[in-house]
Structure formats: C-alpha cells, structure tokens
Ligand binder design. Sequence first.
Ligand SMILES: [Mg+2]
Length: 221
Amino acid sequence: MSKLIFFDINGTIIERDSRTDLPYFDAANELLYVDNAMKNINNAARSDMDVFREILLNHNIEYNKALWNEFLTIYEKKLKEYSKTDIWRPNKNIISFLNKLEKTDHKLALITGELKIGSKYKLEKIDVWKHFETGGFGEDNISRYGIAEVALKKATSLYGNSFDEIYVIGDTILDITTARHINAKIISITTGANTKKELEKYNPDMIINNFNKIKRLFLKN
Ligand SMILES: [Mg+2]
C-alpha cells in the first residue's frame, strides 16, 4: 500500500541547533540595521512570514510588501553564503531512509514553515531536495495548519489518489496537531524542539528517536 508521507525540515530532516537559521537571523539584522532582531522570538515550527511580522512588531515597523521583498533578497544572499559552511547537516539515518523510500511506491512531500527558497538551499546542501517534488512552504500560508492544507492539496493534485494513508513526520507538538488537522497519522521524532515527554502528552501515533525505527513500517516490501 502506498502512503503519502509529509516531512518537516528543521529538527526532522535537518539536525537542528542554534546555527540552523543563521541566514534568516542575519538577513533580519541586516534589513533592520540591528544586532539581534530575533531577541525573545521563538521561531520553532512557525512560518517564516509569521516570524518576520513579529520581528517588525518588536521594532515598531509596519509590514509592507517592499520590505518583505528586500528581506527576501538579503535572505537569499545569506543562504548562498551559509551553504558553503556546515550549519546544515542531515539528521541521523535520514539520507539512507529517503534513498530507500525513493525506491518504493510511497509519495514524499514537505510541510514546513520555511520559505521554499530556504528549504531548497538547506535540502540541496545535504542532497535530499531531489526527493521532494512538492510541499507546503512558508509562503503558502501564515499558519502551520494553512500550510498543511495547501501541501495536501498540491500533493493530491500531483499524485491523485494513489495513496491510502497519510503520515506526517515532525519534531514538534505543532506537527502533531497539524497532522490531525489534515487527518494524517503523526510520527514524532525526538531530535528537535520538543522533548519526548512534551511530545508524549499529545499521544502521537509513534515516537521515534531516529529513522531506523520506522524502516519496517515503510520499507517492508
Ligand atoms: Mg521542525
């Protein structure tokens, strides 16, 4: 049976640490001529646009499209610079897991708060962008639920009804509630922003600490 599997990026495909989002932080600082635009802001599992609006709010600046476009230009420049460093590394076993999934009938897609451009740079760096033909990204909606709805719509129009189950794999509580929002099963991974204890409270369908734990579920044939 073929399944549609949505992957989160940060903390799930990419090993998350304090440097993961440096290009975004640097771009915000450069745009606003400040040193710490991200002060007091938690960006985990949120859309890049949502975070951008909070940054502006904290600096008493009104949002406008020109400012956003200026940010995007700086952001891509930073992504390019940082792609030469080691700030993006694959989470444990994810590369071999994706390579094996590629050989099955399962359909892969992304649900992320990241803009498509950031997703592309991060995942190209670890050579897994090629596995994802579609997904919901930070520009698709301001909320995670909205992004997931768009992701499901795109995946359905690309893959038709060739899957009979939908899964989300993610590291946060928001990934759990998002999966339920689109009637998907949720596999929580304990390599990201929320602890195992925090995740357990929301009763995900499975909790794993690395991708080898779900090999049998998806790769048995
Ligand atoms: Mg995440």
